[in-house]
Design a binder for this molecule. Structure first.
Ligand SMILES: [Zn+2]
Length: 229
């Protein structure tokens, strides 16, 4: 069964099993078939105290839309403020990462030059072989560390920045999106903005990533408007 919100998007709040889709077809007396879509806990052998986790597809969609609607900003001014905060936060991160890389590259050059001077000093006979070997080993250790750090230095992928901004823009339009439309797009949105999604017998929990967790706590954001994030 392949309903758009099934397949590991949600887990059961009670047992951690995957939420799966279920399509039930009922024959109507007057001919024809009525289709009912459900989402339920996929655990076929639940503990005795496990409540029934089974949602009508329409009800789950309504709950998701209601939850995502919390991301909607009250007015265009706040939207503009959050948008520019998001952009400057990304700019700060990439500046920091660039500076780290520049510092590491500078140290790498210094160490390489030191290495050359050491070799020249040894060839000119101004230091003995044991001293040369000890200093060379120390230099090579540090150079290896710097090269490793350079290789591991994080860099912000512009595609991630674009995705985050796109999700933000989309999140502002969510309340206008009607049930049933763009279900796959909603699935992508959910995956982008949340870490964990849990379904209980009567509750839906969507744990949002930064900075969307802050967006969902909008009243606090309004209070601290003007501060930098
Ligand atoms: Zn369960």
């Amino acid at each position: 069964m392949n309903l758009p919100l099934a397949g590991g998007l949600f887990i059961c709040e009670h047992c951690g099993a995957m939420i799966t889709g279920e399509r039930i077809k009922r024959k109507l007396k007057g001919g024809g078939v009525r289709v009912h879509d459900y989402y339920r806990c996929a655990n076929n052998y639940p503990e005795d105290d496990h409540p029934s986790v089974r949602w009508r597809a329409d009800d789950l969609e309504d709950a998701i839309i209601a939850d995502l609607s919390k991301l909607k900003m009250p007015d265009e001014e706040v939207v503009e403020w959050f948008r520019s905060s998001l952009q400057s936060a990304f700019a700060e991160i990439s500046d920091l990462q660039r500076n780290q890389r520049i510092a590491l590259a500078k140290r790498q050059t210094e160490l390489t030059n030191k290495n050359d001077r050491l070799l020249n000093a040894f060839l000119a006979g101004s230091i003995d072989e044991p001293t040369f070997n000890a200093k060379l080993a120390a230099l090579r250790d540090e150079l290896a560390q710097v090269e490793q750090s350079l290789g591991e230095a994080p860099s912000l992928d512009p595609a991630d920045v674009r995705a985050a901004l796109a999700v933000f823009e989309f999140s502002q339009k969510i309340p206008k999106i009607r049930r049933g439309s763009k279900m796959l797009e909603k699935r992508r949105i959910l995956e982008t903005l949340s870490l964990n999604r849990m379904l209980g017998d009567v509750s839906l929990v969507i744990e949002k990533r930064k900075p969307f967790d802050e967006l969902a706590k909008r009243p606090e954001i309004q209070l601290s408007r003007g501060d930098t994030i």
